[in-house]
Design a protein around this ligand. Structure first.
Ligand SMILES: [Zn+2]
Length: 350
């Protein structure tokens, strides 16, 4: 009985020990699995961290190089900008100095103009007509390109000085065909000095004498030429025959003299001028209105208008401002005669 009890007891012990062993094995296996998993994840984590660090360091160096690239680009552009700024400053300084220079010139010219105005207003005589220089542009430019040549014969005389003043006040130049004017001969120099043309008319203006023979005419021509040269220093080659080349009064003194003399003086290098308009001062026009009426009777189709006047006539002096204004209103420009001017020649009848 006892043995059976013992045997039953020992069987119970055997079962207990087996369970213990199984439990230990299971626990050991669990431990091993846990440890292996831990080691695996630890290794994996370390590797990932290392990879990330590598990537980070790679990116960082890439960004560093980009930043440095950008910095050098920025520095380059900054230097370009400052070089442009320098150039602009230099140009601006240059322009400013040019502007300063031009302003100085303008100031100096203005001072010269003011000085000239002051000196001319001081020297102008009290009796000078109150007129203004004509504007540059003709008032009536549609009327055609006409040039009017104002010519004065038989001076210098007591009215020549006033006539010169009137011409000056309009800024108009004219042509003076002179004769021996005695005590007024000094005005020949004034005529030249003020920019007018001077031409030969005659020394004596005595038809009977000058048209008596070829030699008499040429001798008179030489006398007036010498007088003009002596008074002005000018050897003029423009001339006008007393009475014009068409005069017939010469016929009773020397037949054919105008035919011969017009050719002779041309061969001698002179240019002689007649006229195609007159202010009528030698034909009884003794008022300003009558002279203006004569002046308006110019050949309308001609481009050259040569007006005969005499600076020995008081009415001519009085009419001159209105005559100038009239031709200006017709769109004409004022010229002076030279050897190359367009000629107006009358028909020679002797
Ligand atoms: Zn004359």
């Amino acid at each position: 009985m006892k043995a059976r009890i013992k045997q039953t007891k020992s069987l119970k012990d055997i079962g207990k020990a087996t369970w213990m062993r199984v439990a230990i094995i299971v626990l050991s296996v669990l431990f091993l699995i846990t440890a292996a998993t831990t080691v695996y994840f630890a290794v994996k984590y370390n590797r990932d961290v290392a990879e990330l660090n590598g990537a980070l360091s790679e990116n960082s160096s890439m960004y560093d190089s980009k930043i440095s690239e950008y910095e050098s680009y920025k520095a380059e552009k900054e230097s370009e900008k400052s070089s442009y700024e320098d150039k602009i400053d230099a140009q601006s300084n240059e322009y400013q100095s040019r502007v300063d220079e031009l302003n100085k010139k303008i100031d100096s010219l203005n001072k010269q103009i003011a000085a000239k105005k002051a000196s001319s207003s001081q020297t102008k005589p009290q009796s000078q007509p109150q007129t203004q220089p004509l504007p540059q542009q003709p008032l009536n430019p549609n009327n055609g390109p006409k040039t009017v040549y104002l010519t004065f014969d038989d001076g210098p005389s007591q009215y020549t000085s006033q006539i010169l003043t009137i011409l000056d006040s309009y800024g108009v130049k004219a042509t003076f065909f002179v004769k021996n004017g005695g005590k007024y001969n000094y005005l020949m120099k004034e005529i030249v000095n003020r920019g007018h043309a001077i031409g030969l008319h005659t020394y004596s203006h005595d038809y009977k004498k000058i048209y008596s023979s070829d030699d008499a005419y040429l001798s008179d021509l030489k006398s007036i030429s010498d007088l003009v040269l002596q008074q002005t220093g000018v050897e003029t080659k423009i001339m006008r025959f007393p009475g014009g080349s068409s005069n017939s009064v010469s016929k009773k003194h020397s037949k054919g003299i105008m035919t011969r003399m017009t050719k002779k003086v041309t061969d001698m290098g002179y240019a002689y001028f007649d006229w195609n308009c007159s202010n009528g001062d030698a034909d009884g026009a003794k008022t300003v209105d009558k002279q203006l009426s004569f002046c308006s009777n110019y050949p309308k189709s001609a481009n050259t208008v040569i007006v005969l006047m005499h600076d020995t006539q008081k009415t001519t002096m009085e009419a001159l401002p209105k005559i100038i204004e009239y031709y200006h209103s017709q769109g004409m420009t004022f010229g002076i005669l030279t050897t190359s001017s367009p000629t107006v020649h009358h028909k020679v009848v002797n």
